[in-house]
Design a protein around this ligand. Structure first.
Ligand code: COS
Length: 390
């Protein structure tokens, strides 16, 4: 595997400055509106498209910014300082879909989809089903070959961005039998306006206002055989897992960005709030919570950068991506809990941000593979390497 140089470092540094300013000056002031309406403002979405945020990792020749993995996770971390929905709407495009197209797409598929997605059309990733979440290879969605077409039937569940999407990468069975190494799974690039495809109503969620998930229902959805990713059956599970490796780094980045936001908010509160005649930041038990959070955040950021750099050097990174996702999302949950605690009674009230942070952060330990799945992935690969004497 070759290493990835990515965007020119000076241009990237300028981009990050601009993004930090944008987060501070535009996204954070818009948060209250997003929380109140559960929608992302149209003018902000237009600006995000203009800034190229939907195509950060896509090749420049197709209108993307050509970022490597280190740059992409850094951009994600910066965006994640604001309400999660702003990052979430771009995340599937630049993470899982970009990876699947780059690693598995034919030149024609790349030429068709990269420009559209880089310009801001939204993609979604259809793996999970009502009966298969962690056990993703047990899916029921079936793609039947008929001449020059495939006909898809099935339901995908909890699909992030489905209500906005103009395309979905759908993982479906091309064999009724379970085949070794999950070769019964294939991946398809499906335009969401294909007859027979519909989205369910938006699911109500615990947090992450403005981000939307829904079912995708497919009833005799006929697509050309050229929509089979890579043109070869049986590659879908491998491509899904490789895409998830990237998606897991993205969740690790989101966790670090949001933990930093929460901690900054807690420091502000602790420096203003008075008890026993002084600010609570002076109390050592409050300081202990701040210090533990800071140290854990630093550890998470180091893991994130290291795992991303490994990807860019072309080294194996399945374990590191899973470990970074597991550690960073759990860290984010602990920080969210401490931030509520530092706020005391105010931490439980919707009027303060801590309560929203706590609810928003909870999903990071679940999607793109739960903490328990991360443990399985890490242990399986450790034991495999041990057995191979590596
Ligand atoms: N990169 C490349 N190829 C991979 C891969 C990866 N990260 N992971 C698996 N594969 C391919 C390999 O070809 C592998 O064969 P070998 O192990 O012989 O190399 C094959 O897929 C089968 O892999 P594995 O044996 O690990 O499959 P399992 O069915 O045991 O996988 C888990 C089980 C639980 C690890 C997997 O189903 C999983 O990650 N589930 C969670 C799914 C998820 O994250 N869902 C979240 C919602 S989607 S947003």
């Amino acid at each position: 595997m070759s290493s990835q140089t990515g965007m020119d470092p000076d241009v990237f540094a300028q981009f990050i400055d601009q993004l930090e300013r944008y987060v501070r000056e535009r996204l954070i002031p818009a948060e209250a509106d997003v929380v109140a309406t559960d929608e992302l403002p149209d003018d902000i979405l237009a600006e995000m498209r203009e800034m190229g945020l939907f195509g950060l990792t896509m090749p420049e020749e197709f209108g993307g910014a050509g970022m490597n993995t280190s740059q992409y996770v850094e951009a994600g971390r910066i965006m994640a300082y604001a309400a999660p929905a702003f990052r979430s709407i771009t995340s599937i495009n630049i993470g899982m879909i970009a990876t699947a197209l780059a690693k598995g797409g034919t030149p024609q598929q790349q030429a068709e989809w990269f420009p559209r997605l880089a310009a801001g059309e939204v993609g979604c990733f259809g793996l999970t089903e009502p009966g298969s979440g962690s056990d993703s290879a047990a899916m029921q969605t079936f793609a039947r070959r008929e001449g020059d077409s495939y006909v898809l039937n099935g339901t995908k569940r909890y699909i992030t961005n489905a209500p906005w999407a103009s395309m979905a990468l759908i993982m479906a069975r091309t064999s009724k039998e379970n085949l070794p190494r999950n070769a019964h799974v294939s991946a398809f690039l499906v335009p969401m306006d294909t007859p027979g495809i519909s989205t369910g109503k938006r699911d109500k969620k615990m947090g992450q206002a403005g981000a939307h998930i829904a079912d995708i229902i497919m009833e005799d959805v006929r697509i050309p055989a050229s929509a089979l990713l890579g043109g070869e059956e049986g590659q879908g599970f491998r491509i899904a897992m490789q895409s998830l490796d990237k998606g897991r780094l993205s969740v690790a980045a989101a966790s670090c960005g949001y933990a930093r936001r929460m901690l900054d908010t807690a420091m502000r509160y602790a420096s203003e709030r008075k008890a026993f005649g002084e600010t609570i930041a002076n109390f050592q038990l409050i300081q202990a919570m701040l210090a533990d959070s800071k140290a854990e955040l630093y550890a998470g950021e180091c893991m994130l950068r290291d795992a991303a750099a490994r990807v860019d050097r072309g080294e194996s990174s399945i374990v590191e991506a899973a470990a970074a996702k597991m550690f960073c999302s759990e860290m984010c949950g602990r920080v969210a809990d401490r931030v509520v605690q530092i706020h005391g009674g105010a931490g439980y009230l919707a009027e303060y941000e801590a309560e929203r942070f706590f609810r928003d952060a909870r999903i990071y330990r679940i999607y793109e593979g739960t903490t328990q799945i991360m443990q399985l992935v890490i242990a399986k690969n450790m034991l495999r390497e041990f057995a191979a004497g590596l």
